[in-house]
Design a protein around this ligand. Sequence first.
Ligand SMILES: Nc1nc2c(c(=O)[nH]1)N[C@H]1C(S)=C(S)[C@@H](COP(=O)(O)OP(=O)(O)OC[C@H]3O[C@@H](n4cnc5c(N)ncnc54)[C@H](O)[C@@H]3O)O[C@H]1N2
Ligand code: MOO
Length: 399
Amino acid sequence: MADSGRLHTPQEALESLSSGLAPLPPEWVALEAAGDRVLAQTLHAQHDTPPFDNSSMDGYALRASDSGRVLPVSQRIMAGQRAAPLEEGTCARLFTGAPLPEGADSVIMQEEVDVRDGGVFIPAGLEPGNSVRLKGREIRTGETLMSHGLRLNSAALGFLAGQGFDRIPVYRKPRVALLFTGDELKLPGEPLAPGQIYNGNRFMLMDLLPRFGAEIALVEQVPDTLEAMTQALERASHHVDVIVTTGGVSVGDADYVRRALESLGELDLWRLSIRPGKPLALGHINQCRFVGLAGNPVSSFVGAWLFLRPLLGGLQGCDDMKALPEVIARADFTTRTAGRDHYMRVTLTWDSDGYRAHAFEDQDSSILRSCVSANALAVVGAHSQVSPGERIRCLLLAS
Ligand SMILES: Nc1nc2c(c(=O)[nH]1)N[C@H]1C(S)=C(S)[C@@H](COP(=O)(O)OP(=O)(O)OC[C@H]3O[C@@H](n4cnc5c(N)ncnc54)[C@H](O)[C@@H]3O)O[C@H]1N2
Ligand code: MOO
């Protein structure tokens, strides 16, 4: 049972989330579907890359010791062709990526030669190895190609393709249920009656969580009753790895989420000493993790970056997602905080003095506009003051 009396630190929330956290089972996926997935095995090079010595220039291959004279051209080699051994005292016309013929040890680019009747004049002093990309220069057979836990970016996919991998072992994506509370919520396209608003969190989280590797398996608008929320949580807990709710975790008369959770599982922690996002609730129903984000859109947004990203990262076996990258920036604003640490939405720009942080003027947790241009969260401790030019810690919003 969570201690409802005091506010918890973000560190305590992260510790609660990481307790018993293990990657989901691995699965094999096609290379083209492996972008942003996390490697479930360390992979080793299956062959040397490049697989053969080849030219890095359009030009001529020769024995470096033959430079300083006119050499007849004995063959022409395009990329993708097989080369014959280089005849003594000749050169081979070849192009970038073409295999170096056996016997040649050097390439000269075509701009540096003089093509004459009967051959090509090669200036003296050519060094062996010139403009040659040696077999295995990038990686050799058996060397570690990529380590378990790496999140695969576009370059990694290209590199794996270069090694001939067409299927990749990755951790299963966490399946997430998104449950929205709030009888005032409608969907864009529907008319708004007095007192109603559109469900912005739905579209924000459906876009954001897949960027953290989640598969959105269920999206539901739950009526504001204890029974409806209990039933929705119960149903979802059988189908997903993580249930995310927004709204209904504070102290209002319609805030049923915690009670519904406690009737089915455990509330591990409730309320953080942060702004925005104070009423965050963490818990579980059997193996299914529960994260109750505060309903204010900025509270949901910030809570997703600070707590759902590391949780989803842990379920995918990715250590890099445990914490957001940090930089120090100079504040471009003045602020004074009360009793909670403030995660201010800022736009970082770079100038000759380093990073500069511009804060959106209205930092209320209902103002999602403050997040639209934000690329970082500036962390300002409780009971403190920031003046322009002061150095502040900023967490980069890099998924
Ligand atoms: N007496 C107190 N009142 C409140 C406290 C408190 O400590 N004592 N905490 C405040 C803080 S801080 C926050 S944050 C909010 C969060 O409360 P809930 O998580 O219960 O959220 P709701 O009350 O359901 O909604 C808050 C606000 O956000 C709007 N909302 C909700 N869902 C969505 C959505 N999907 N898309 C767009 N907007 C949404 C909702 O209409 C409310 O305006 O509680 C404070 N109150
Ligand atoms: O904690 Mo609430 O998110 O400040 O408004």
